[in-house]
Design a protein around this ligand. Structure first.
Ligand code: PMP
Length: 425
């Protein structure tokens, strides 16, 4: 893979900050090293001394004075070493990416920690997209992606999707305007980046089966596309075996995957990670060096200590218990939807994630119904427009979330929606 084909001029111009590199070096050096180098403040002057966290299930995490000093201090831009190595091992176990054994030039797998997957996504877009580029994605999609991409001045081509995610034929049809050889000609305008949410899509709840992923991967090979696999709902898959990821199919080193702990450990701790070819991950780290500098050392240490105590099996056991909860929530929304909405609304039952994507059959645009009347009735959904390329496009859909409401609230909410629909049509 020629990774320079994908990065834009801003990213190509980034250089390593010598001070940040020194911080990373210091993190790896023996404790006997005397550093008169970096501009670190003296942590003994910080007011926080120790901390104890009680973990559900009886575990305890304790930050001694030394650990606390480390937690309050600057750290390397790619993440703290113990968290990186834990997560690399997890990726190997779960996805077994072919790229693990490649050389860095071939696109060997690398990983860095980000402030949630959102930071990873926005840094990837800012690395890859130049004004005038064409980007491929399936709509409706996550507004956090649309609003990160659109100001970069790119043209977005929308691939059709259904309850199984993006439709490979639609991707092929869109790309048939170009010849595969156009990938060698920068003036051809051929897209270089494909973005998709493969599990429990936000807002559609759609999950892409393995055979579709294989088809999409083959199309990406034909047209030399990079695939951004935005997968924050991977660990909220309701059925086993979990569907193989794009990363697990990646024989070329053309997949960058964004993962998130937001749905299973905490959304406020802001821990995500990106996994992909080393030459691209390195560019993201250069950007982190001069923006956020690194994810909070404190939260990284908290999460690393928890994961080390749990081990991989303990982590996966925790994921299973989270899934069990969300399955019950999903089932509650499904039975309430059956009770109240059957005649007026179409939906597919999601196999992952937190969302039902509901089509209000007799309402051509849900915007006013939701933004004005629903609020008066004491219920809230997101109108479908919010997930369209152009948010002024009418949409007969709404997104309903089943994550935080009780079963009774879900039932009442959908009953209120049924009343609203009746009053509106
Ligand atoms: N991608 C998708 C599809 C999402 O739905 C979200 C959050 N809801 C994110 C990325 C960002 O999540 P976070 O930054 O908390 O990991």
């Amino acid at each position: 893979m020629n990774y320079f084909r994908y990065i834009n001029a801003v990213s190509a111009a980034r250089k390593a900050s010598p001070i940040r590199e020194l911080t990373a070096l210091l993190q790896r050096s023996p404790p006997t090293t005397i550093s008169l180098a970096t501009g670190m403040p003296n942590p003994n002057m910080f007011p926080f001394e120790t901390a104890d966290f009680t973990i559900k299930g009886g575990l305890k995490i304790s930050f001694s004075r030394d650990t606390m000093n480390r937690a309050l201090q600057y750290s390397a831009s790619n993440g703290i070493p113990e968290l990186i190595s834990w997560l690399k091992d997890l990726q190997k176990r779960i996805h077994n990416p072919p790229t693990v054994s490649y050389s860095p030039e071939q696109g060997q797998m690398d990983l860095c920690i980000t402030n949630g997957s959102q930071e990873g996504l926005s840094k990837l877009f800012e690395m890859l997209i130049s004004p005038g580029d064409t980007v491929l994605l399936d709509t409706p999609t996550y507004p956090g992606t649309l609003f990160a991409l659109q100001p970069l001045g790119c043209k977005i081509l929308s691939i059709a999707s259904d309850q199984h995610g993006l439709i490979p034929q639609s991707l092929s049809d869109i790309l048939s305007k170009w010849k595969p050889d156009d990938a060698k000609n920068p003036a051809s305008g051929i897209p270089r980046v494909l973005y998709t949410i493969p599990n429990g899509g936000n807002p559609t709840g759609a999950s892409m089966p393995a055979d579709r992923k294989r088809e999409v991967y083959q199309i990406a090979r034909k047209y030399d596309l990079l695939i951004i696999e935005d997968d924050p709902y991977y660990f909220l898959q309701f059925e086993k075996p979990w569907i193989p990821s794009f990363l697990s199919l990646d024989v070329d080193g053309r997949v960058i995957r964004t993962d998130s702990f937001s749905k299973i450990l905490s959304s406020g701790l802001r821990i995500g990670f990106i996994t992909g070819p080393k030459p691209l991950i390195e560019r993201v780290i250069l950007h982190i060096q001069v923006s956020t500098m690194h994810v909070s050392t404190f939260t990284q240490l908290m999460v690393a200590q928890l994961l080390q105590q749990w081990g991989q099996d303990g982590f996966l056991k925790h994921v299973d218990s989270v899934v069990q909860f969300y399955v019950k929530q999903r089932d509650a929304m499904q039975s309430s939807a059956e009770r109240w909405l059957k005649d007026e609304v179409d939906w597919h039952v999601p196999n992952a994630g937190m969302f039902f994507w509901m089509k209000l059959k007799r309402i051509p645009d849900t915007y006013q119904l939701i933004s004005e009347k629903a609020l008066q009735k004491g219920v809230l959904f997101v109108p479908g427009r919010a997930f369209m390329l152009d948010s002024s496009t009418p949409s007969s859909y709404i997104r309903a979330t089943f994550s935080i409401s009780t079963h009774e609230q879900i039932d009442q909410g959908l009953q209120r929606l049924a009343t609203l629909i009746k009053e509106d049509v």
